[in-house]
Design a protein around this ligand. Structure first.
Ligand SMILES: *Cc1c(COP(=O)(O)O)cnc(C)c1O
Length: 225
């Protein structure tokens, strides 16, 4: 078992043809597995849990680009500000405000993706289309001046029905394109990342316009728990 380098190489070729980036999701996997992939050239890793991410960040090479892809609590933002490359799941104004505040305190800017609720499951997080319009307006008014809104992230329903998944991703891409037009031109140049697709649905996501996939188990194997 362990890291599936064969699959990793296949994935790279597949993603290249879509101009899409790989976030290797290493949550609950040991640092030694991350190092194995790193030694094959992967620099971008995604983690879901704050403490686990901090521990790994401290012991692993400094040129790793750490993406936080989990559900982030506002009170934990400040522990990530000094090193996090991209925060994917920004799903509330409160969280966005806190990221902006911590970035300002650090005299830096932080990269975020706004999470859009596209699935049928109420348990998943994210803004709906109406809420998103309000946020984009605030972004245009420079209310979050220490945040770069780089794009959107979304998670499709957990289902075997590819038709449902396809439609959810299609909807997200449509909202992404619409939002890019709503954004102030000097902000819309930064708005280009569409993070959608995981192990089970990334092929559909790529067909629907994803340019960043978050893939864990296909590379690192199944997770326990
Ligand atoms: C765990 C996780 C992934 C990776 O899931 P796999 O099915 O293992 O590829 C991607 N995105 C998010 C937000 C996750 O929590």
């Amino acid at each position: 078992m362990g890291v599936n380098i064969q699959k990793f190489i296949e994935l790279q070729n597949e993603l290249n043809s879509f101009n899409a980036e790989l976030v290797a999701v290493s949550k609950l996997k040991p640092s030694i597995d991350i190092m194995e992939l790193y030694n094959h050239g992967q620099k971008c890793f995604g983690e879901n849990y704050v403490q686990e991410l901090i521990t790994k960040q401290e012991e692993l090479p400094t040129d790793i680009k750490w993406h936080f892809i989990g559900h982030l609590q506002s009170k934990k933002v400040k522990t990530l500000t000094s090193f996090v490359e991209l925060i994917h799941g920004v799903d509330s104004v409160k969280l966005l405000s806190e990221i902006n505040k911590q970035a300002a305190l650090n005299s830096t800017k932080l990269n975020v993706l706004l999470q859009v609720h596209i699935s049928q499951e109420v348990t998943k997080f994210g803004f709906d289309e109406v809420e998103m319009e309000t946020i984009i307006q605030s972004v245009n008014e420079n209310i979050f001046g220490n945040v770069f809104v780089k794009g959107f992230m979304g998670m499709a329903s957990f289902t075997d029905n590819t038709h449902i998944i396809k439609n959810e991703f299609k909807g997200l891409k449509k909202l992404f394109d619409k939002t890019k037009i709503l954004l102030d031109p000097k902000l819309s140049i930064n708005f280009k990342t569409l993070s959608m697709g995981m192990t089970n649905d990334y092929k559909i996501a790529l067909e629907e316009g994803s340019n960043m996939v978050r893939i864990g188990s296909a590379i690192f194997g199944e997770r326990n728990g």
